[in-house]
Design a protein around this ligand. Sequence first.
Ligand code: AMP
Ligand code: MG
Length: 348
Amino acid sequence: MNNYKKFEIVLLFILIFTILSSCNTNHASKTCLALGTVCHVNLYEDGSSEKYDYILENLANIEKKMTVNNLLNQTDMISEVEKINLESGKSSVKVSPETFYVIEKAFEYGGKTHGAFEPTIGPLVKLWNIGGELPRVPSQSEIKSALALVSWENIVLNKEEQTVFLKTENMALDLGAIAKGYAADFIVDALEKWNVKRSLIDLGGNIYVHGFRDGNKTPWRVGIKNPFEPEGQPIIRLEVSDTAVVTSGIYERFFQQDGNHYHHIIDSRTGKSAESDVVSATIICKSSMIADILSTATLVMGSENALGFLKKETGVEGIFITKDKNILTTAGLKNKLDLLDLTYKIKQ
Ligand code: AMP
Ligand code: MG
């Protein structure tokens, strides 16, 4: 073997070693199961095992406090929200500042959206069980009984005592449409304290793009799913940075029966899956929690009411995809979308 060949082999070994060892460095992104979904965080060059551990630990803590999916019903695993639900109609429950803050916001937006975002939707979510085992279409009388338990107005908050009380027995909070957003904001706060330059957070579709994609201030590219083919190619590309991009879609959790599509976002006026013209609602704003609340709420409202509602909100943009493949957006997004699928039409 000549010297040149030997040199080539050494170089190859160095290269393989570098690639293998880089897989174990601090930079690797993290994926975990939390808040009932797949969570992915990438802190790029500022990633370290301490930072990832801190994030994952806190995602688990948020879940422990706010979930209503304690599948095993173990009493020692009951979350603060489940405690509130168990004590409904009986007594108030003292909760942590984080849980109180999220419920306070949920209450505020229940009012602001006139119940399109309805944090006491729990009895209906349980009744339909969409996304769980054996979902079913309930009878009209079951829906009527559950509907009687649903109203954000019957949440009683005591800020001084940090307590929450649900006025009627069997009422139930469900923070499924807000908790992931809160969790993403929690992570962003930590990233800012750590001075992380850029990162990507994806909590089951609650996206947060932090900083820029590279040192040249290139924005991130975020794709919006095709609601009729969610596993296929994205239909819209957005170029954004330092913002939350949160989508609610009727394709996320559903079951089909007798030609009907029953999905997981419930209209608190009817007790059934929302039947507006919107099949996918995306909200873009600085707070992931607000984006999470409003993506759910605007899907219930329908495109016309959603656009009217967002006109009054500052710093909040929206993209609504309708059943008939039209894409409607708020004024701030004019000419900012790249349409990738020409079977859709942008109407601005
Ligand atoms: P999202 O995927 O953020 O739109 O949240 C949907 C989840 O929030 C559902 O799986 C329910 O747990 C809960 N939910 C359903 N309908 C509503 C509603 N109208 N308002 C608030 N939460 C809801
Ligand atoms: Mg939501």
